[in-house]
Design a protein around this ligand. Structure first.
Ligand SMILES: NC(=O)c1ccc[n+]([C@@H]2O[C@H](COP(=O)([O-])OP(=O)(O)OC[C@H]3O[C@@H](n4cnc5c(N)ncnc54)[C@H](OP(=O)(O)O)[C@@H]3O)[C@@H](O)[C@H]2O)c1
Length: 288
């Protein structure tokens, strides 16, 4: 692929966006945008910036990502995740750019009891998931060339995430109660960014699931991270009933891909490798 391939990234300063821009930047011309450049809710600005860049590919990551906040700020979440994505789709179409949209495991209700594949029917149980599903529908309806990438439970050094929150609370000596009855696939932003770069090189269309390998609970993720960091904490596994949140979470949102092998990029490393590398980058890995 030529270095002259122009790639636009929305949400470029976010947790995934920062790693993605770094990974793509070593090979391609990358134009990263975030809220301080323009808001994707501004249809005109979105169109103007996109046509000015004239990208071949757009990675659309910008989103209202506060899952609990989405319940209280429904209009804002809808405006960014649904209307903003609609604006990006129209701009992508006008610029004749291929669109790669990052979506979520939270489009599923979690009742399937086994891993979700791309063909499964979404049925979100929280408002964030619903707005991201609207985004998926706009992408499907409004763009000619697109790929929807569903991922889950992200952590990385450039944003607020569960792993860092747990480490921070444990370091502060807080007593931890962590949910042990929700299952998902923790995914490290650097591994995901590298896989997204490889996916971009394929001409895959439609939907693909992309996470680190393996599934676990929040509690097991927390204890694994604490162990690697060498922090002994007062940590108790609890049911989600004992830890009510504004937004309902699916009890089982493990994503499986029937398409990864066909894409040629193969599986991502196990999530444990992601946690290890993340802690290393954050200087939190216990000396071994
Ligand atoms: N985090 C997860 O566990 C997870 C799981 C599955 C899928 N995803 C999806 O993956 C993508 C990246 O997630 P992330 O965790 O890296 O998100 P993030 O760190 O919250 O980054 C999103 C970025 O978008 C920006 N943004 C918000 N509203 C905007 C607007 N109106 N116009 C332009 N930019 C705007 C945010 O700015 P501010 O920070 O100033 O708001 C932020 O820099 C999202 O599409 C998300 O839905 C995330």
């Amino acid at each position: 692929m030529p270095k002259s391939l122009k790639i636009m990234v929305t949400g470029a300063k976010g947790m995934l966006g920062s790693d993605l821009c770094d990974v793509l930047g070593s090979e391609f011309d990358v134009y990263g945008f975030d809220i301080d450049d323009f808001s994707i809710t501004d249809e005109q600005a979105t169109m103007e910036w996109t046509l000015k860049v004239a990208p071949h590919v757009i990675f659309h990551l910008a989103a209202y990502t506060d899952v609990d906040g989405s319940e209280d700020h429904r209009e804002e979440a809808f405006e960014v995740n649904a209307v903003g994505t609609q604006n990006i789709c129209r701009a992508a179409r006008n610029a004749n750019a291929r669109l790669i949209y990052i979506s979520t495991d939270y489009v599923f209700d979690g009742t399937k009891g086994k891993p979700y594949i791309e063909a499964d029917e979404p049925s979100p149980i929280n408002y964030y998931g619903l707005t991201k599903l609207y985004g998926e529908l706009y992408v499907t309806d409004l763009t000619l060339h697109h790929l929807i990438v569903r991922t889950s439970w992200l952590f990385g050094p450039n944003g607020k995430n569960f792993v860092d929150t747990i480490i921070g609370k444990a370091e502060a000596g807080e007593r931890l109660r962590v949910v042990n009855d929700q299952y998902g696939c923790p995914t490290y932003t650097l591994h995901l960014a590298q896989a997204l770069r490889e996916l971009m090189k394929q001409d895959l269309e439609g939907i693909i699931h992309l996470t680190n390998k393996g599934a676990t609970t929040w509690y097991d993720l927390a204890t694994y991270a604490l162990e690697l960091a060498g922090i002994s904490a007062d940590i108790t596994p609890v049911d989600s009933k004992a830890y009510p949140t504004r937004a309902k979470r699916p009890v089982y949102s493990v994503l499986s891909s029937s398409r990864l092998e066909a894409s040629g990029i193969g599986e991502l490393p196990p999530w444990q490798e992601g946690v290890r590398d993340h802690l290393k980058r954050r200087n939190k890995l216990k000396e071994e």
